[in-house]
Design a protein. Structure first.
Length: 74
């Protein structure tokens, strides 16, 4: 990344393969070098996450998948 003083921001050009990319902004502490994403993203450590587990069975004789089980997990 390079700093452009005329625009007052950092910029970079990166060649990426086609696909889906996920990213997160973070700021590094100058002395320790550790990254802190809460400055930009906030802190949601108290958020309750809920997940769902689905188990399917694919039988090659029929044209659809069967749902064998479902389990909600908190």
């Amino acid at each position: 990344m390079t700093y452009d003083p005329s625009r007052d921001y950092l910029e970079a050009t990166v060649l990426l393969k086609q696909g889906l990319y996920d990213y997160c902004f973070a700021m590094a502490e100058p002395k320790s070098g550790t990254a802190d994403a809460t400055i930009f993203e906030g802190s949601y450590y108290e958020t309750v996450n809920e997940y769902a587990i689905f188990v399917y069975y694919h039988d090659s004789r029929i044209r659809y998948d069967r749902l064998l089980g479902y389990l909600p997990v908190k």
